[in-house]
Ligand binder design. Sequence first.
Ligand code: HEC
Length: 103
Amino acid sequence: MAVASVVLTAPLASAQNLDAGKSPEKLFADGCSACHRSPRGLAKGRMSLTLTWFLQDHYSAGPDTAKALAAYLQSVDEPPPSAAAKPRAKSSKPRPPKPVQAH
Ligand code: HEC
């Protein structure tokens, strides 16, 4: 069981990167959820590189951890408010916004 093995091996692994092998969800729950209630809306459409740098810089995450977290934050990022406000946003497949059609 993953949870049990993490608990049992943690003291032995103290000299290593404890974040190694954790899922981004777990990383967020452990390290971020105290201040950020939800991972949603944190990426704010930023590029993964920008986000990765931000996370490394502000939270001293290792490069791999920062990368995984950045990808996670992007994957759960909320669509911009204009897209969310559209009535059919939920029922239809995600589509790139269409330019205004000139008929
Ligand atoms: C001690 C509280 C605290 C913890 C823990 C924390 N954050 Fe933050 N975070 C903040 C605050 C306060 C801000 C807003 C200030 C700023 O932008 O620098 C912020 C801003 C951010 C932003 C930028 C959001 C924006 O609006 O521009 C991201 C992305 C972010 N945090 C991700 C994370 C991740 C990922 C973790 C876990 C590794 C984490 N945070 C842990 C307090 C925290």
